[in-house]
Design a protein around this ligand. Structure first.
Ligand code: FES
Length: 255
């Protein structure tokens, strides 16, 4: 159930020039959060900016009451958020959205992430350690590759590709997806990242008749299904990303 929480910042650190990791003490949301869901963050105590910023949940520890989230600096809101420091309080709502759902029978799961799309996938991997997790991470260059070691610590098999070849395989990560699916008898695919990447992954999964879940990102306002600012087109009509998503079955989307 959706909660409003006056959360305390535990830490807010830069992982690279563009990516930050923020940790909140937010016990009510931490108890509820599931992989694939997000929090809506009021980045400043005042009214500017007015709208909250949706950020995917990287991890939730219900016992310690801790939520972690990874964010990318791309505008006014995230530039304000990166200046917030330990001990300050931030209003959060969450957890929002539906999250990933995989079948109990599925043993071999492939996660394909681009940029900070790896964040919800890492949360999934940490909560599904009874499954064989394969991860393919793509990015423009080495500094856009995040959480590789964190996935490895969970026992996942990880492949990295960069467009410029500065780290891992050279080229698009999607080039290796088919091979991973076939070699490892993948049962389901989850993907988070840029639309062209997710679309390519979904096509490959469909060719192998494997279910594929994709995570949509849209500009949001209310974050709770009221304003219709975040709709995407599906075969069943327009759906809100914040309430009906952000996770959709790839076969349901009209890309
Ligand atoms: Fe308002 Fe999704 S942000 S309906």
């Amino acid at each position: 159930m959706l909660k409003l929480e006056d959360a305390q910042i535990v830490s807010n650190i830069s992982l690279t020039k563009d990516f930050y990791l923020i940790t909140f003490k937010a016990p009510k949301i931490a108890v509820e959060a599931k992989p694939g869901q997000f929090i809506n963050v009021k980045v400043s105590p005042g009214t500017d900016p007015l709208l909250r910023r949706p950020i995917g949940i990287l991890d939730a520890d219900p016992e310690k009451g801790i939520i972690k989230a990874l964010y990318f600096i791309k505008g006014k809101g995230t530039n304000i958020l990166k200046e917030r420091v330990e001990g300050e309080r931030v209003s959060l709502t969450g957890p929002h959205g539906n999250g990933f759902t995989v079948s109990k029978e599925s043993k071999n799961i492939l996660l394909v992430g681009g940029g900070f799309g790896v964040s919800p996938l890492h949360f999934f991997a940490s909560r599904n350690q009874d499954k064989n997790i394969f991860v393919a991470i793509g990015g423009r260059s080495a500094e856009n590759i995040l959480l590789e070691d964190d996935f490895k610590k969970l026992g996942a098999k990880v492949l990295v590709a960069t467009d410029d070849g500065s780290y891992g395989d050279k080229g698009l990560v999607t080039k290796r997806v088919e091979e991973i699916i076939v070699k490892n008898k993948i049962d389901e695919v989850l993907t988070v990242g840029p639309i062209p990447m997710m679309k390519a992954v979904a096509e490959i999964a469909a060719n192998h008749q494997i279910p594929c879940q994709v995570t949509m990102e849209e500009r949001m306002a209310c974050g709770s299904g009221f304003c219709f600012a975040c709709v995407c087109k599906t075969k069943q009509g327009y759906k809100t990303v914040c309430l009906n998503g952000p996770v959709f079955n790839a076969e349901d989307l009209e890309w």
